[in-house]
Design a binder for this molecule. Structure first.
Ligand code: AMP
Length: 276
């Protein structure tokens, strides 16, 4: 099994961590390595520029690859998106200089728009514009007089602000994805299932708590999630343990509510895998 992993940039480290968390045992690649093996699985990872990964996967040079959804869409390749990976989140946004009077992308008709995403800009902008294709530092284009607006990736928005730009809103939400060729093999699909079990587990926490039996109904009503909580008797009469899997994002809200409902000895643990 060969998987393409971004050789540099912000997706490289989280992609390698995913291989690690999936239990493949990736050998730590040096900065200039082109490929690395995995200790525990017959998997070879090729380090490739994130922009080239969609073509590598489409052409069958590798069985699957990790790259940004934005790049997959921009290259317009014939690949299968197997899994959203939960990192590398960003949006493709259209932005204008803060002093511009434009408030909506539909007012950009006929203006010059700089971008490294010409295909997506043409497809997703609501009006027809003159696209100025640049290779990097898109945010500088308006200041250099090359463009009236830009279409670029944004995560926190601080680069836009630093460069005196104001977003007119998102055109596309992106994150890292696992892609395979147009007809993925059964082996590749099983490989994706291993990653899925890790990605899903990352957003879950295992909750254990003790409670008086008469508080169980109130506690169970608070605990969200599809899985029915386990209720286990404790050595102390009248007391039970409640175990459940909860969404990590609910933890901050839920813990004080559980305490108020009578829960004690609350333990929260990371989940390594979720299957089934
Ligand atoms: P990089 O190699 O660091 O330029 O990033 C490549 C990929 O990282 C992009 O194609 C996106 O999928 C993702 N990404 C996440 N946040 C950002 C951001 N703020 N700017 C650029 N790329 C981002």
């Amino acid at each position: 099994m060969r998987i393409a992993v971004p050789s540099k940039g912000r997706l490289r480290e989280p992609a390698i961590t995913l291989l690690e968390d999936a239990g493949l045992g990736p050998e730590t690649p040096g900065d200039r390595a082109l490929a690395f093996p995995c200790r525990y699985a017959p998997v070879e990872a090729l380090l490739v520029r994130a922009d080239d990964i969609p073509e590598y996967v489409q052409d069958g040079v590798v069985d699957c690859g990790i790259t940004g959804l934005d790049l997959v869409r921009e290259r317009a390749v014939n690949v299968t998106e197997l899994l959203r990976l939960g990192f590398g989140a960003c949006t493709l946004e259209v932005a204008v200089p803060v002093e511009s009077t434009v408030t909506n992308a539909s007012e950009l008709t006929g203006t010059r728009v700089a971008t490294t995403f010409p295909r997506l800009a043409a497809e997703l902008l609501p009006v027809s514009v003159e696209l100025v294709q640049v290779d990097g530092s898109v945010e500088l284009a308006p200041r250099l007089g090359l463009a009236d607006a830009i279409v670029d990736l944004v995560s926190s928005g601080s680069t836009l602000r630093t460069n005196g730009l104001r977003s007119l809103g998102p055109l596309l939400h992106s994150e890292a994805v696992l892609i395979a060729g147009s007809d993925p093999s059964e082996e590749t699909r099983q490989f994706a299932a291993v990653f899925r079990s890790v990605v899903e587990a990352r957003s879950a926490r295992y909750l254990m708590l003790n409670a008086p039996e008469d508080a169980v109904a109130a506690i169970c009503a608070l605990v969200p999630g599809s899985r029915a909580p386990s209720i286990l008797p404790l050595a102390e009469p009248g007391m039970v343990a409640v175990h459940s899997v909860i969404p990590a994002a609910e933890v901050w809200r839920l813990l004080p509510e559980l305490e108020a409902a009578g829960a004690t000895s609350i333990l929260l643990m990371p989940v390594e895998r979720m299957l089934g």
